[in-house]
Design a protein around this ligand. Structure first.
Ligand code: NAD
Ligand code: MG
Length: 406
Protein backbone atom coordinates (compact mmCIF):
# COMPACT_ATOMS: atom_id res chain seq x y z
CA UNK A 1 0.00 0.00 0.00
CA UNK A 2 1.60 3.26 -1.12
CA UNK A 3 0.71 6.23 1.00
CA UNK A 4 -1.43 8.89 -0.73
CA UNK A 5 -0.45 12.50 -0.18
CA UNK A 6 -3.59 14.63 -0.14
CA UNK A 7 -4.34 18.20 -1.10
CA UNK A 8 -7.77 19.10 0.29
CA UNK A 9 -9.31 22.08 -1.49
CA UNK A 10 -12.04 23.43 0.78
CA UNK A 11 -10.82 21.65 3.93
CA UNK A 12 -13.03 23.62 6.34
CA UNK A 13 -16.30 22.81 4.53
CA UNK A 14 -18.71 19.96 5.01
CA UNK A 15 -16.96 17.67 2.49
CA UNK A 16 -13.49 18.78 3.62
CA UNK A 17 -14.21 17.95 7.26
CA UNK A 18 -15.83 14.63 6.37
CA UNK A 19 -12.74 13.77 4.31
CA UNK A 20 -10.51 14.57 7.26
CA UNK A 21 -12.75 12.45 9.51
CA UNK A 22 -12.02 9.42 7.28
CA UNK A 23 -8.33 10.30 6.96
CA UNK A 24 -8.04 10.58 10.76
CA UNK A 25 -8.88 6.86 11.04
CA UNK A 26 -6.20 5.77 8.55
CA UNK A 27 -2.98 7.62 9.35
CA UNK A 28 -0.81 5.06 7.60
CA UNK A 29 -2.70 5.35 4.29
CA UNK A 30 -2.93 9.12 3.96
CA UNK A 31 -0.67 12.07 4.62
CA UNK A 32 -2.06 15.61 4.38
CA UNK A 33 0.10 17.71 2.07
CA UNK A 34 -2.08 20.84 1.70
CA UNK A 35 -5.21 22.20 3.35
CA UNK A 36 -7.05 25.20 1.86
CA UNK A 37 -9.88 27.42 3.05
CA UNK A 38 -11.40 30.78 2.34
CA UNK A 39 -11.61 32.77 5.59
CA UNK A 40 -12.17 30.46 8.59
CA UNK A 41 -8.91 30.92 10.56
CA UNK A 42 -10.04 29.22 13.75
CA UNK A 43 -11.08 26.01 11.99
CA UNK A 44 -7.96 26.00 9.84
CA UNK A 45 -5.72 26.47 12.88
CA UNK A 46 -7.26 23.42 14.55
CA UNK A 47 -6.86 21.34 11.36
CA UNK A 48 -3.26 22.47 10.87
CA UNK A 49 -2.19 21.59 14.39
CA UNK A 50 -3.85 18.20 14.12
CA UNK A 51 -2.86 17.16 10.58
CA UNK A 52 0.46 19.02 10.18
CA UNK A 53 0.20 19.76 6.45
CA UNK A 54 3.25 20.92 4.51
CA UNK A 55 1.26 23.96 3.39
CA UNK A 56 -1.91 25.82 4.46
CA UNK A 57 -3.64 28.23 2.10
CA UNK A 58 -6.21 30.86 3.01
CA UNK A 59 -7.72 32.60 -0.03
CA UNK A 60 -8.15 35.77 1.98
CA UNK A 61 -4.89 37.70 2.67
CA UNK A 62 -5.87 38.95 6.12
CA UNK A 63 -6.97 35.44 7.11
CA UNK A 64 -3.62 34.04 5.95
CA UNK A 65 -1.76 36.59 8.07
CA UNK A 66 -3.89 35.78 11.10
CA UNK A 67 -3.29 32.04 10.57
CA UNK A 68 0.46 32.57 10.23
CA UNK A 69 0.50 34.53 13.47
CA UNK A 70 -1.47 31.89 15.35
CA UNK A 71 0.61 29.02 13.96
CA UNK A 72 3.87 30.68 15.00
CA UNK A 73 2.69 30.41 18.61
CA UNK A 74 2.21 26.63 18.27
CA UNK A 75 5.13 24.25 18.42
CA UNK A 76 3.16 21.91 16.14
CA UNK A 77 2.48 24.62 13.54
CA UNK A 78 5.63 26.65 13.14
CA UNK A 79 6.96 24.57 10.20
CA UNK A 80 3.78 24.90 8.12
CA UNK A 81 4.09 27.20 5.11
CA UNK A 82 1.14 29.61 4.88
CA UNK A 83 0.13 31.06 1.53
CA UNK A 84 -2.76 33.20 0.33
CA UNK A 85 -4.67 33.98 -2.87
CA UNK A 86 -6.40 32.02 -5.61
CA UNK A 87 -3.19 31.37 -7.58
CA UNK A 88 -1.77 29.48 -4.59
CA UNK A 89 -4.73 27.06 -4.80
CA UNK A 90 -3.94 26.07 -8.39
CA UNK A 91 -0.19 25.82 -7.60
CA UNK A 92 -0.94 23.49 -4.71
CA UNK A 93 -3.46 21.38 -6.64
CA UNK A 94 -0.98 20.76 -9.45
CA UNK A 95 2.09 20.37 -7.24
CA UNK A 96 4.32 17.31 -7.49
CA UNK A 97 4.12 17.03 -3.69
CA UNK A 98 0.65 15.47 -3.77
CA UNK A 99 -0.80 12.36 -5.42
CA UNK A 100 -4.46 13.04 -4.76
CA UNK A 101 -6.66 16.14 -4.74
CA UNK A 102 -10.02 16.37 -3.01
CA UNK A 103 -11.90 19.07 -4.97
CA UNK A 104 -14.32 20.33 -2.31
CA UNK A 105 -14.50 24.07 -2.86
CA UNK A 106 -18.08 25.23 -3.37
CA UNK A 107 -19.08 26.88 -6.64
CA UNK A 108 -17.24 28.27 -9.65
CA UNK A 109 -14.31 29.35 -7.44
CA UNK A 110 -13.24 25.70 -7.56
CA UNK A 111 -12.86 25.54 -11.33
CA UNK A 112 -9.27 26.78 -11.71
CA UNK A 113 -7.69 24.68 -8.91
CA UNK A 114 -9.71 21.58 -9.87
CA UNK A 115 -8.64 21.94 -13.50
CA UNK A 116 -5.04 22.42 -12.35
CA UNK A 117 -5.24 19.07 -10.55
CA UNK A 118 -6.80 17.42 -13.61
CA UNK A 119 -4.17 18.88 -15.95
CA UNK A 120 -1.40 17.67 -13.64
CA UNK A 121 -2.76 14.10 -13.95
CA UNK A 122 -3.70 13.69 -10.30
CA UNK A 123 -6.16 11.32 -8.77
CA UNK A 124 -9.01 13.83 -8.45
CA UNK A 125 -11.84 13.16 -6.01
CA UNK A 126 -14.58 15.36 -7.44
CA UNK A 127 -17.11 16.90 -5.06
CA UNK A 128 -17.11 20.36 -6.68
CA UNK A 129 -19.76 19.57 -9.32
CA UNK A 130 -19.97 23.23 -10.40
CA UNK A 131 -16.44 22.95 -11.89
CA UNK A 132 -17.58 20.15 -14.23
CA UNK A 133 -20.92 21.82 -15.00
CA UNK A 134 -19.06 24.99 -16.01
CA UNK A 135 -16.48 23.34 -18.22
CA UNK A 136 -17.90 19.93 -19.35
CA UNK A 137 -16.03 18.68 -22.38
CA UNK A 138 -12.93 20.75 -21.57
CA UNK A 139 -12.71 19.13 -18.16
CA UNK A 140 -13.12 15.60 -19.50
CA UNK A 141 -10.67 16.23 -22.36
CA UNK A 142 -8.09 17.57 -19.90
CA UNK A 143 -8.47 14.41 -17.82
CA UNK A 144 -7.99 12.21 -20.83
CA UNK A 145 -4.94 14.16 -22.02
CA UNK A 146 -3.19 14.05 -18.64
CA UNK A 147 -4.34 10.60 -17.52
CA UNK A 148 -5.94 12.06 -14.38
CA UNK A 149 -8.18 9.57 -12.59
CA UNK A 150 -11.49 11.22 -11.75
CA UNK A 151 -13.47 9.59 -8.95
CA UNK A 152 -16.97 10.93 -8.19
CA UNK A 153 -17.60 11.95 -4.59
CA UNK A 154 -21.14 13.20 -5.18
CA UNK A 155 -23.18 10.40 -3.61
CA UNK A 156 -25.37 9.78 -6.70
CA UNK A 157 -22.44 9.58 -9.11
CA UNK A 158 -20.47 7.54 -6.66
CA UNK A 159 -23.43 5.14 -6.40
CA UNK A 160 -23.67 4.85 -10.20
CA UNK A 161 -19.91 4.36 -10.49
CA UNK A 162 -20.13 1.51 -7.98
CA UNK A 163 -22.99 -0.11 -9.96
CA UNK A 164 -21.13 0.00 -13.31
CA UNK A 165 -19.19 -2.96 -14.65
CA UNK A 166 -15.42 -2.45 -14.58
CA UNK A 167 -15.15 -1.72 -18.32
CA UNK A 168 -17.70 1.10 -18.03
CA UNK A 169 -15.87 2.81 -15.16
CA UNK A 170 -13.85 4.79 -17.73
CA UNK A 171 -15.31 8.15 -16.83
CA UNK A 172 -16.05 10.44 -19.75
CA UNK A 173 -15.55 7.67 -22.27
CA UNK A 174 -17.79 4.83 -21.18
CA UNK A 175 -20.17 3.28 -23.67
CA UNK A 176 -23.26 2.54 -21.57
CA UNK A 177 -25.14 0.70 -24.33
CA UNK A 178 -22.16 -1.55 -25.06
CA UNK A 179 -22.06 -2.41 -21.35
CA UNK A 180 -25.72 -3.53 -21.53
CA UNK A 181 -26.99 -0.47 -19.70
CA UNK A 182 -30.32 1.16 -20.60
CA UNK A 183 -30.30 4.00 -18.14
CA UNK A 184 -28.78 5.56 -15.10
CA UNK A 185 -31.31 6.66 -12.50
CA UNK A 186 -30.43 9.63 -10.32
CA UNK A 187 -32.35 9.67 -7.07
CA UNK A 188 -33.08 12.84 -5.09
CA UNK A 189 -34.94 13.44 -1.85
CA UNK A 190 -36.90 16.45 -3.09
CA UNK A 191 -35.54 18.58 -0.26
CA UNK A 192 -37.36 20.18 2.67
CA UNK A 193 -40.23 21.66 0.61
CA UNK A 194 -41.34 18.48 -1.17
CA UNK A 195 -44.77 18.47 0.44
CA UNK A 196 -45.30 22.19 1.05
CA UNK A 197 -48.31 23.80 -0.69
CA UNK A 198 -46.88 25.52 -3.79
CA UNK A 199 -48.34 28.88 -2.69
CA UNK A 200 -46.11 28.82 0.42
CA UNK A 201 -42.82 28.36 -1.45
CA UNK A 202 -42.18 32.07 -2.01
CA UNK A 203 -42.16 32.87 1.71
CA UNK A 204 -39.61 30.22 2.72
CA UNK A 205 -36.59 31.52 4.65
CA UNK A 206 -32.91 30.61 4.18
CA UNK A 207 -33.00 28.71 7.50
CA UNK A 208 -35.95 26.60 6.29
CA UNK A 209 -34.27 25.96 2.92
CA UNK A 210 -31.05 24.85 4.63
CA UNK A 211 -32.83 22.41 6.96
CA UNK A 212 -32.43 19.36 4.74
CA UNK A 213 -34.41 16.37 5.99
CA UNK A 214 -31.63 13.79 5.42
CA UNK A 215 -28.24 15.37 4.69
CA UNK A 216 -26.09 17.81 6.65
CA UNK A 217 -24.35 19.98 4.02
CA UNK A 218 -22.97 23.44 3.23
CA UNK A 219 -25.48 26.26 2.75
CA UNK A 220 -25.25 26.61 -1.03
CA UNK A 221 -25.86 22.94 -1.81
CA UNK A 222 -28.63 22.87 0.81
CA UNK A 223 -30.50 25.64 -1.02
CA UNK A 224 -29.76 23.87 -4.32
CA UNK A 225 -31.36 20.75 -2.85
CA UNK A 226 -34.48 22.67 -1.87
CA UNK A 227 -34.88 24.06 -5.43
CA UNK A 228 -33.60 20.76 -6.91
CA UNK A 229 -31.06 22.80 -8.88
CA UNK A 230 -28.68 20.39 -7.16
CA UNK A 231 -30.28 17.47 -9.03
CA UNK A 232 -30.12 19.54 -12.20
CA UNK A 233 -26.40 20.18 -11.74
CA UNK A 234 -26.00 16.48 -11.00
CA UNK A 235 -27.86 15.60 -14.19
CA UNK A 236 -25.29 17.67 -16.12
CA UNK A 237 -22.46 16.15 -14.06
CA UNK A 238 -23.78 12.65 -14.89
CA UNK A 239 -23.98 13.46 -18.57
CA UNK A 240 -20.24 14.19 -18.65
CA UNK A 241 -19.01 11.53 -16.25
CA UNK A 242 -21.02 8.68 -17.76
CA UNK A 243 -21.15 9.93 -21.34
CA UNK A 244 -24.98 9.75 -21.42
CA UNK A 245 -27.58 10.78 -23.96
CA UNK A 246 -30.86 12.36 -22.82
CA UNK A 247 -32.58 8.95 -23.12
CA UNK A 248 -30.02 7.39 -20.79
CA UNK A 249 -30.65 9.59 -17.68
CA UNK A 250 -33.72 9.64 -15.48
CA UNK A 251 -34.42 11.54 -12.24
CA UNK A 252 -36.58 9.88 -9.59
CA UNK A 253 -37.66 11.30 -6.22
CA UNK A 254 -36.79 9.03 -3.32
CA UNK A 255 -37.47 10.94 -0.09
CA UNK A 256 -35.69 8.55 2.29
CA UNK A 257 -32.20 8.94 0.68
CA UNK A 258 -31.36 5.28 1.26
CA UNK A 259 -30.82 4.38 -2.39
CA UNK A 260 -28.19 6.83 -3.61
CA UNK A 261 -28.77 6.08 -7.33
CA UNK A 262 -29.23 3.13 -9.68
CA UNK A 263 -28.18 1.58 -12.97
CA UNK A 264 -30.82 -0.14 -15.10
CA UNK A 265 -29.57 -2.95 -17.38
CA UNK A 266 -30.99 -4.30 -20.65
CA UNK A 267 -32.01 -7.61 -19.07
CA UNK A 268 -34.29 -5.89 -16.55
CA UNK A 269 -31.80 -5.94 -13.65
CA UNK A 270 -31.48 -2.73 -11.68
CA UNK A 271 -28.42 -2.31 -9.48
CA UNK A 272 -28.74 0.16 -6.62
CA UNK A 273 -26.21 1.38 -4.11
CA UNK A 274 -27.60 1.89 -0.62
CA UNK A 275 -26.37 3.25 2.65
CA UNK A 276 -26.97 5.86 5.28
CA UNK A 277 -27.03 9.45 4.05
CA UNK A 278 -23.48 10.15 5.22
CA UNK A 279 -20.87 11.54 2.83
CA UNK A 280 -18.09 9.64 4.59
CA UNK A 281 -19.21 6.56 2.61
CA UNK A 282 -18.61 7.93 -0.92
CA UNK A 283 -15.57 9.85 0.32
CA UNK A 284 -14.00 6.69 1.76
CA UNK A 285 -14.86 4.81 -1.44
CA UNK A 286 -12.99 7.40 -3.53
CA UNK A 287 -10.09 7.69 -1.12
CA UNK A 288 -9.35 3.97 -1.12
CA UNK A 289 -10.66 2.86 -4.54
CA UNK A 290 -10.40 0.04 -5.62
CA UNK A 291 -9.99 -1.16 -2.05
CA UNK A 292 -12.57 -0.66 0.70
CA UNK A 293 -11.80 0.92 4.05
CA UNK A 294 -13.78 1.68 7.19
CA UNK A 295 -15.49 5.06 6.79
CA UNK A 296 -16.80 5.26 10.34
CA UNK A 297 -20.39 5.03 9.02
CA UNK A 298 -22.66 2.51 10.75
CA UNK A 299 -24.17 -0.19 8.52
CA UNK A 300 -27.69 0.30 7.22
CA UNK A 301 -30.23 -1.07 9.69
CA UNK A 302 -32.92 -2.69 7.52
CA UNK A 303 -35.16 -3.41 10.50
CA UNK A 304 -35.28 0.32 11.28
CA UNK A 305 -36.13 1.25 7.69
CA UNK A 306 -39.78 1.80 6.99
CA UNK A 307 -40.84 2.36 3.41
CA UNK A 308 -38.67 3.10 0.42
CA UNK A 309 -40.84 5.27 -1.81
CA UNK A 310 -40.42 6.77 -5.26
CA UNK A 311 -42.16 9.54 -7.21
CA UNK A 312 -41.71 11.88 -10.15
CA UNK A 313 -40.41 15.43 -9.57
CA UNK A 314 -43.23 17.95 -10.18
CA UNK A 315 -42.27 20.57 -12.78
CA UNK A 316 -44.14 23.42 -11.01
CA UNK A 317 -42.38 22.75 -7.71
CA UNK A 318 -38.91 22.36 -9.17
CA UNK A 319 -38.50 24.73 -12.15
CA UNK A 320 -34.72 24.81 -11.57
CA UNK A 321 -34.50 21.10 -12.37
CA UNK A 322 -36.34 21.67 -15.64
CA UNK A 323 -34.04 24.58 -16.54
CA UNK A 324 -30.94 22.48 -15.88
CA UNK A 325 -32.12 19.51 -17.94
CA UNK A 326 -32.89 21.83 -20.84
CA UNK A 327 -29.55 23.65 -20.45
CA UNK A 328 -27.69 20.35 -20.46
CA UNK A 329 -28.67 19.75 -24.09
CA UNK A 330 -28.54 23.42 -25.18
CA UNK A 331 -24.77 23.53 -25.01
CA UNK A 332 -21.85 24.55 -22.82
CA UNK A 333 -22.86 28.24 -22.79
CA UNK A 334 -26.17 27.30 -21.16
CA UNK A 335 -24.82 25.16 -18.32
CA UNK A 336 -22.07 27.68 -17.55
CA UNK A 337 -24.60 30.53 -17.52
CA UNK A 338 -27.09 28.56 -15.45
CA UNK A 339 -24.50 27.70 -12.82
CA UNK A 340 -23.34 31.32 -12.58
CA UNK A 341 -26.87 32.74 -12.39
CA UNK A 342 -27.78 30.21 -9.73
CA UNK A 343 -24.75 31.08 -7.61
CA UNK A 344 -25.64 34.77 -7.69
CA UNK A 345 -29.32 34.09 -6.97
CA UNK A 346 -28.61 31.69 -4.10
CA UNK A 347 -26.20 34.19 -2.51
CA UNK A 348 -28.92 36.87 -2.68
CA UNK A 349 -31.50 34.48 -1.26
CA UNK A 350 -29.19 33.53 1.63
CA UNK A 351 -28.69 37.24 2.34
CA UNK A 352 -32.46 37.69 2.56
CA UNK A 353 -32.61 39.93 -0.52
CA UNK A 354 -34.77 37.81 -2.83
CA UNK A 355 -37.51 35.23 -2.32
CA UNK A 356 -36.92 31.49 -2.64
CA UNK A 357 -38.99 31.35 -5.83
CA UNK A 358 -36.95 34.20 -7.37
CA UNK A 359 -33.95 31.85 -7.72
CA UNK A 360 -35.58 30.07 -10.66
CA UNK A 361 -36.81 33.37 -12.13
CA UNK A 362 -33.28 34.80 -12.13
CA UNK A 363 -31.86 31.66 -13.75
CA UNK A 364 -34.54 31.61 -16.45
CA UNK A 365 -34.04 35.31 -17.23
CA UNK A 366 -30.26 34.97 -17.54
CA UNK A 367 -30.55 31.95 -19.85
CA UNK A 368 -33.02 33.82 -22.01
CA UNK A 369 -30.78 36.87 -22.21
CA UNK A 370 -27.57 35.00 -23.03
CA UNK A 371 -29.25 32.71 -25.57
CA UNK A 372 -29.44 35.53 -28.12
CA UNK A 373 -25.63 35.82 -28.09
CA UNK A 374 -24.53 32.25 -27.53
CA UNK A 375 -27.05 29.92 -29.16
CA UNK A 376 -24.94 29.86 -32.32
CA UNK A 377 -21.47 30.10 -30.74
CA UNK A 378 -19.17 27.33 -29.57
CA UNK A 379 -17.93 27.78 -26.02
CA UNK A 380 -14.94 25.50 -26.22
CA UNK A 381 -12.07 27.22 -24.44
CA UNK A 382 -11.46 28.15 -20.83
CA UNK A 383 -11.43 31.84 -21.79
CA UNK A 384 -14.85 31.48 -23.42
CA UNK A 385 -16.24 29.65 -20.37
CA UNK A 386 -14.97 32.36 -18.03
CA UNK A 387 -16.44 35.05 -20.27
CA UNK A 388 -19.91 33.40 -20.23
CA UNK A 389 -19.60 32.98 -16.47
CA UNK A 390 -18.81 36.67 -16.02
CA UNK A 391 -21.62 37.83 -18.29
CA UNK A 392 -24.15 35.56 -16.61
CA UNK A 393 -23.18 36.84 -13.15
CA UNK A 394 -23.52 40.44 -14.34
CA UNK A 395 -26.84 39.69 -16.01
CA UNK A 396 -28.16 37.98 -12.84
CA UNK A 397 -27.13 40.91 -10.61
CA UNK A 398 -28.72 43.38 -13.01
CA UNK A 399 -31.96 41.39 -13.19
CA UNK A 400 -32.14 41.22 -9.40
CA UNK A 401 -31.41 44.93 -9.04
CA UNK A 402 -34.11 45.81 -11.56
CA UNK A 403 -36.84 43.44 -10.41
CA UNK A 404 -36.45 42.81 -6.71
CA UNK A 405 -34.72 45.81 -5.13
CA UNK A 406 -36.73 47.16 -2.25
P1 NAD B 1 -19.13 24.25 2.28
O1 NAD B 1 -19.74 25.58 2.08
O2 NAD B 1 -19.43 23.52 3.53
O3 NAD B 1 -17.54 24.38 2.16
C1 NAD B 1 -16.93 25.03 1.11
C2 NAD B 1 -15.42 25.07 1.25
O4 NAD B 1 -14.92 25.84 0.14
C3 NAD B 1 -14.91 25.74 2.52
O5 NAD B 1 -13.72 25.10 2.95
C4 NAD B 1 -14.60 27.16 2.09
O6 NAD B 1 -13.56 27.76 2.83
C5 NAD B 1 -14.17 26.96 0.65
N1 NAD B 1 -14.51 28.12 -0.18
C6 NAD B 1 -15.70 28.79 -0.22
N2 NAD B 1 -15.64 29.80 -1.10
C7 NAD B 1 -14.41 29.78 -1.63
C8 NAD B 1 -13.74 30.59 -2.58
N3 NAD B 1 -14.34 31.64 -3.17
N4 NAD B 1 -12.47 30.28 -2.91
C9 NAD B 1 -11.85 29.24 -2.31
N5 NAD B 1 -12.41 28.45 -1.39
C10 NAD B 1 -13.68 28.71 -1.05
O7 NAD B 1 -19.52 23.37 1.01
P2 NAD B 1 -19.73 21.79 0.93
O8 NAD B 1 -21.12 21.46 1.31
O9 NAD B 1 -18.59 21.07 1.57
O10 NAD B 1 -19.66 21.57 -0.65
C11 NAD B 1 -18.44 21.58 -1.35
C12 NAD B 1 -18.66 21.04 -2.75
O11 NAD B 1 -19.04 19.67 -2.66
C13 NAD B 1 -19.82 21.75 -3.49
O12 NAD B 1 -19.49 21.85 -4.85
C14 NAD B 1 -21.00 20.80 -3.32
O13 NAD B 1 -21.93 20.87 -4.36
C15 NAD B 1 -20.28 19.45 -3.31
N6 NAD B 1 -21.00 18.41 -2.58
C16 NAD B 1 -21.25 18.56 -1.26
C17 NAD B 1 -21.96 17.58 -0.57
C18 NAD B 1 -22.20 17.70 0.92
O14 NAD B 1 -22.73 16.77 1.52
N7 NAD B 1 -21.85 18.79 1.56
C19 NAD B 1 -22.41 16.44 -1.25
C20 NAD B 1 -22.14 16.32 -2.61
C21 NAD B 1 -21.43 17.30 -3.28
MG1 MG C 1 -25.40 14.62 -4.63
Amino acid sequence: MTQQRLCILGATGSIGLNTLAVVREHPQRFRIDVLTACTNVEQMLALCTEFQPRQAIMVDDAAAQALQQQLSKHKAGAAIEVRSGMAALSDAAGSANNTTVMAAIVGGAGLAPTLAAVEAGKRVLLANKEALVMSGQLFMDAAQASGAQILPVDSEHNAIFQCLPHEAQQLGRCDLAAAGINKIILTGSGGPFRELPLAELAAQTPAAACAHPNWDMGQKISVDSATMMNKGLEYIEARWLFNCSAEQIEVVLHPQSVIHSMVSYADGSVLAQMGRPDMRTPIAHCLSFPERIDSGVAPLDFMALQNLTFAAAEAERYPCLELAIKACWQGQWATTALNAANEVAVAHFLDGRIAFTAIAEVCAAVLKQLETTYATQDVNSLAAVLSVDEQARASASEFIEKNYSC
